[in-house]
Write a protein of this length. Structure first.
Length: 220
């Protein structure tokens, strides 16, 4: 059993993930911005920590992450404001990586999206552009760290029931198109990725599919 910090702990995926990890016996810290959300976070079995990561520097983040052995980034600005998107999805994410490395924590899971890339192809006048740019920059920075990283990259998110089954895009990136996946299954995938050393250094892009999650992750 491990000690895991989830940054962005009040997000829909993060709440589901915290509940799964706590049920597995892990110690979970969930960081989130709005103190009103503390009861909902606590109900997952995680320890709620009110912290606005957009405003925290590396030393402050390090204080909050001390003692954990895995960091999961599941935070996001939520779109709508390009400046805040860059501030959270790129800059704060990068500071969290630096804090993780500074503490000697090796495992880091980034929740990104299917197709995230520096050559994402989103037009600059598209409302998704700032998010695509921010995630591409954060993912690319992560690849250059010495962390044992994995990028979880789900396709379009739904609130459907968990299926426990996914399909993963192959390393050549040409055998699976983006479709959709339930947030509950995304949480289950992230939980499965944390102990999966075979996924270190991999971007795992996935949809709902026919393969049991454990089997799919084992084949990355």
């Amino acid at each position: 059993m491990g000690s895991i910090a989830i940054i962005g702990g009040h997000g829909k995926i993060a709440l589901l993930l915290a509940k799964q990890l706590a049920a597995q016996g892990h110690q979970v810290r969930s960081l989130f911005r709005n103190e009103d959300h503390a009861p909902e976070v606590a109900a997952t079995g995680a320890t709620p920590i009110v912290a606005d990561v957009e405003q925290l520097d590396v030393p402050a983040l390090s204080e909050l992450l001390k003692g954990v052995d895995t960091v999961v980034w599941s935070a996001g600005a939520g779109g709508g404001n390009p400046a805040r998107t860059y501030s959270v999805d790129r800059d704060a994410a990068i500071r969290s990586m630096n804090a993780t490395a500074e503490l000697g924590i090796e495992r880091y899971i980034m929740v990104s999206y299917f197709g995230a890339s520096t050559d994402h192809g989103v037009p600059e006048d598209n409302s998704f552009f700032a998010y695509a740019e921010a995630k591409a920059a954060a993912d690319q920075y992560l690849r250059g760290t010495g962390l044992k990283w994995t990028i979880a990259a789900p396709s379009s998110l739904t609130d459907g029931e968990p299926t426990g089954r996914i399909e993963i895009r192959g390393p050549q990136g040409d055998d699976l198109e983006s479709a959709s996946v339930s947030r509950a299954d995304v949480a289950a995938v992230v939980a499965a990725l944390i102990p999966a050393d075979n996924t270190i250094g991999a971007m795992v892009q996935f949809n709902n599919g026919e393969t049991p999650i454990a089997d799919a992750v084992a084949e990355v």
